[in-house]
Design a protein around this ligand. Structure first.
Ligand code: ADP
Ligand code: MG
Length: 273
């Protein structure tokens, strides 16, 4: 099976798939405030292509804001965000930086999939239409091609028989699997997940995590904010613990989860386990 990133890398990664020798995602000294609230206070983060990074941390520590800076839903106040070696929101011409237009930013954003806690499916569209909408409108792909891709993705998330259903007729777990398939429909180079199982009844969490594990195994670059420690342990290449707008520590799951260096990490993991 082809990793969803393979084709889409266009802008983000050079032809040889190496992200131009750069990490897929690189944040350096990122600061972000909302009015007086200093939410990100100098975040550094590196995610290599094909790797799975799980971000843990207490509510309000800035995890969602961090994800939103990576696809430019939030503009940073200070520091840099690079995706595939490129500075997000800018084009470099010689040694000068030009800010991209809103339209160009939207185009850049289509190469980054985003899966939200609350599914956010289009309620008035069928499952198939949810998956083909962006490829048809944003990428102007031929309908037959978009529908064939939708069929493959629905197969992949185990929902081939739901193509003509409307979201409200599906369970939460099924809706989130559709949302994941939809995020993959633009064949993104990178997929961000913001607490994808937090809104689900406990018995539906497993089916969504299985789909995410399958993606991880196929080499998709993923950044996942979740409290699912088991998923982190099994799937993550790197676990990042955030608190109060800073990365407190990061490393392989066994190190961060079982032998954390910082008391704050230890206390948090003790609470969610
Ligand atoms: P987490 O995802 O770790 O729970 P968030 O990134 O959602 O944390 O939020 C961090 C802090 O920033 C919270 O105090 C939240 O209320 C605040 N915040 C997030 N987005 C905004 C916004 N658009 N305007 C004002 N405050 C915000
Ligand atoms: Mg959040």
């Amino acid at each position: 099976d082809r990793a969803p990133g393979d084709r889409a890398l266009g802008d983000l990664v050079t032809g040889d798939g190496t992200a131009g020798g750069h990490a897929m995602v690189e944040l350096r000294g990122v600061h972000k405030s909302f009015g007086p609230l200093h939410v990100l206070r100098g975040v550094d983060l590196t995610v290599e292509q094909g790797q799975v990074t799980v971000i843990l941390g207490p509510s309000g520590s800035g995890k969602s804001t961090l994800l939103r800076t990576i696809n430019h839903l939030e503009k940073v106040d200070r520091g840099s965000v690079r995706v595939g070696g490129r500075l997000l929101g800018y084009r470099q011409v010689g040694d000068r930086l030009h800010e991209l237009s809103e339209r160009e930013i939207l185009r850049q954003r289509t190469q980054i999939g985003f899966v939200f806690q609350s599914f956010n499916l289009f309620p008035h569209l069928t499952v198939r239409q949810n998956l083909t909408e962006a490829p048809l409108s944003a990428q102007r792909r031929p309908r037959a091609e978009a529908e064939a891709l939708a069929a493959r993705l629905l197969e992949r998330v185990g929902l081939a028989d739901k193509a003509d259903a409307y979201p409200r007729t599906l369970s939460g777990g099924q809706q989130q699997r559709v949302a994941i398939a939809r995020a993959l429909a633009l064949e993104p180079a990178l997929v961000l997940f913001d607490e994808p199982t937090s809104a689900l009844d406990p018995e539906l969490v497993g089916e969504v995590l299985e789909v995410m594990k399958d993606l991880a195994r196929s080499g998709t670059t993923m950044i996942v904010v979740t409290h699912e420690i088991g998923f982190a342990r099994e799937v993550a290449d790197t676990v990042v613990f955030m608190d109060a707008g800073l990365v407190v520590e990061s490393g392989p799951p066994a190190q961060v989860l079982d032998d954390p260096r910082h008391e704050r990490t230890r206390a948090f993991i003790g609470k969610v386990l």
